[in-house]
Design a protein around this ligand. Structure first.
Ligand code: XMP
Length: 249
């Protein structure tokens, strides 16, 4: 990721999401997604996929075509699947997404290590792919889960859930941590724990109200941007503006 971002002079990850369309319009959905990717690829370093495309198109049909296209353009690809089940199921989810070509997947540390995310990290290491952990989400209710007060298992002391997750991201060797751009103060605090080894990926710019400067100054390394680009009248122009603003900061 770092090398790609450096080569492309961009730290923008495009969230290639589309609104709901009737399943019979799948071909149309695929060509719209392709169209956006072709328009904005000079201004981004990676593409993040979500269920918006995987559910209607399938991981091994349209999405794999898009992943290949992104790779041919020199971009990294992330599947935002938020792995969140028991280990044996998580392992198979990871294997399928990596087989579809994804360079990294997102996972939820709430499920823990043993019989939780350990098998996912094992598969990722074997295949030399990435695992990015959710540490503090971008939506309003994030505080109810990621912000709750918990007792640290090891120290027995009171802490916040996201502080405990940030420590786990370091301990488990995660390749990234997701922290919402809507909470720059949390980015700053979490970056203080993670420092350079675990880069922060920050979604929530634009449509969710997050600001580019605040997120970057607080320590985010990559900005994940969806609707502010995909729903703009001119996606390429929107992506270029966001990239240029980020570069200035
Ligand atoms: P927008 O349109 O809001 O899209 O720019 C953001 C994209 O990122 C996803 N998202 C998140 N993914 N943790 C994640 O792993 C988060 O806190 C988070 N917030 C937003 C969102 O689903 C969309 O694909």
């Amino acid at each position: 990721m770092d090398q790609t971002a450096k080569n492309r002079q961009s730290n923008i990850v495009l969230a290639l999401d589309r609104p709901f369309e009737k399943p019979e319009n799948r071909r149309n959905l695929l060509s719209k997604a392709e169209h956006i990717l072709e328009a904005v690829h000079p201004y981004i370093c990676a593409v993040k996929f979500n269920r918006h495309l995987v559910l209607p198109l399938g991981a091994f049909n349209g999405v794999q075509e898009l992943v290949k296209k992104a790779h041919d353009m020199g971009l990294m690809t992330i599947m935002d699947c938020k792995v969140n089940d028991i280990g044996s199921t998580n392992k198979i989810i990871a294997e399928y997404y990596y087989a579809a070509g994804f360079d990294a997947i997102t996972a939820n540390p709430f499920v823990g290590w043993e019989e939780g995310l350990e098998p996912v990290f094992d598969v990722a290491h074997r295949l030399q792919r990435g695992v990015i952990l959710l540490v503090y989400m971008s939506h309003k209710g994030a505080n109810e889960g990621y912000g709750q007060t918990v007792y640290d298992n090891e120290t027995g002391e009171k802490t916040f859930q996201y502080v405990s997750f940030a420590k786990k991201a370091l301990k488990w060797g995660a390749d990234g941590a997701v922290v919402g751009a809507t909470y720059p103060e949390k980015i700053k605090e979490i970056h203080g724990t993670l420092k350079e080894p675990v880069p922060i990926y920050s979604p929530g710019i634009g449509a969710q109200g997050g600001k580019i400067a605040a997120a970057l100054k607080a320590g985010a390394r990559y900005l994940i941007v969806g609707r502010a680009i995909t729903r703009a009248d001119k996606p390429a122009e929107a992506a270029k503006n966001i990239r240029d603003t980020a570069r200035r900061i």
